[in-house]
Design a protein around this ligand. Structure first.
Ligand SMILES: [Ca+2]
Length: 362
């Protein structure tokens, strides 16, 4: 089992090395080092496997001394492979921190000019009524949902150990359609899906995990990141439109196909952020892919008593707001005005359709 664990470490290092994006001479050097060390680890590992196999054959043929020599050799090679894997991981780690400093890990933001709009819908559910006028101030919002790569940088750099965003810990095997990995640990068989790619939106995050990410990103950058308010989210989603979706009315699957990932076209998976067309203000995946946590407590009747300017939701509540629908939902859940919610219990509370995008003040 230890060998399997080591193999997984080596595989991981090889993967992150290949996935690394260069940016400047130092990055190129570090990525090259990580790649080279990963290759070395792979070679050592392979040699160790050969020595182990050779030792087994010698043992079976009665050559116990020869078997012992081969096994010692395999042990040394395994140790070298492990050491190389650690070094490659360290190089990758430094790349991550350097990338963060340069803003490469920081989500790309779009400045949204404040203004007034009509929030809610008369054609939706009761909590979307009454349609009311809301004015929001200028703010920035993420062009994309926060990705696995961005959230992973947070978890690795901060040591945040909540379960949010940890795909493997949460998988219940009932919805996703990813390739299956089979693994044996301690005589037990574990089956889980391949984790989603780095460029896909983070999922399985609880509201508190999303807030923790915003705080960490603020600490790292000196900018005040936060979750968008529900009003900011709908204003950004509508992008000046008054239709059900930012691209029009009705469940026109041809148009939805161009703008969002939902139950019919997702193949039961999240997809790389930005792989569909943006809304009129340049924001991607506001309709579908993953649900997005907002800052507000959910108030079913909040629209009847909301302040007109910069509403921030009820002062207390049981649930936090989620918006935009997800890869597992039908189009009506993806409407600009549709409101959803869930308990903010966390660490550990999440869903494979729950993600978020960040906002910040100008
Ligand atoms: Ca979304």
């Amino acid at each position: 089992m230890r060998r399997l664990a080591r193999l997984l470490v080596v595989s991981l290092v090889v993967c992150v090395s290949v996935c690394a994006v260069s940016g400047g001479a130092e990055d190129v050097r570090r990525n090259a080092v990580a790649q080279k060390v990963s290759e070395f680890a792979k070679t050592e590992w392979s040699s160790a496997e050969t020595a182990l196999s050779c030792g087994r054959n010698k043992y079976n043929s009665g050559d116990y001394a020869g078997a012992r020599t081969e096994l010692d050799k395999a042990g040394t090679l395994y140790a070298q492979a492990e050491s190389a894997a650690r070094k490659a991981k360290q190089e990758k780690w430094i790349w991550t921190l350097e990338g963060l400093k340069r803003g490469q890990i920081e989500p790309e933001m779009v400045l949204i000019k404040g203004g007034a709009f009509m929030m809610g819908s008369n054609d939706g559910l009761s909590d979307e009524r009454p349609v009311h006028r809301v004015t929001v101030s200028d703010f920035h919002i993420g062009k994309y949902e926060v990705t696995n790569a961005q959230y992973k940088a947070f978890r690795e750099a901060s040591g945040y150990d909540a379960r949010g965003g940890d795909y493997l810990r949460h998988f219940r095997g009932v919805r996703s359609n990813r390739p299956i990995i089979e693994e044996y640990r301690g005589g037990m068989r574990f089956v889980y899906p391949q984790p989603p790619p780095d460029a896909c939106p983070i999922e399985w995050v609880g509201w508190k995990d999303a807030v923790a990410y915003c705080k960490w990103l603020s600490d790292q950058t000196g900018k005040r990141y936060r979750l968008p308010t529900e009003a900011e989210w709908e204003y950004a989603c509508r992008a000046g439109t008054t239709t059900e979706y930012s691209f029009g009315d009705g469940e026109n699957s041809l148009e939805m196909e161009e703008y969002g990932w939902w139950a019919v076209n997702s193949g039961r998976n999240t997809h790389e952020v930005g792989s569909k067309k943006p809304n009129p203000w340049g924001l991607h995946d506001m309709h579908g892919n993953v649900w997005e946590w907002c800052a507000d407590w959910y108030g079913e009747d909040y629209y009847s008593k909301t302040p007109e300017t910069d509403p921030g939701g009820p002062s207390s509540g049981k649930y936090r707001v989620l918006r935009g629908g997800s890869w597992s939902r039908l189009t009506s859940f993806l409407r600009s005005a549709y409101r959803s919610y869930d308990r903010p219990l966390s660490p550990g509370r999440g869903d494979d359709g729950f993600g978020f995008r960040v906002a910040r003040d100008p």
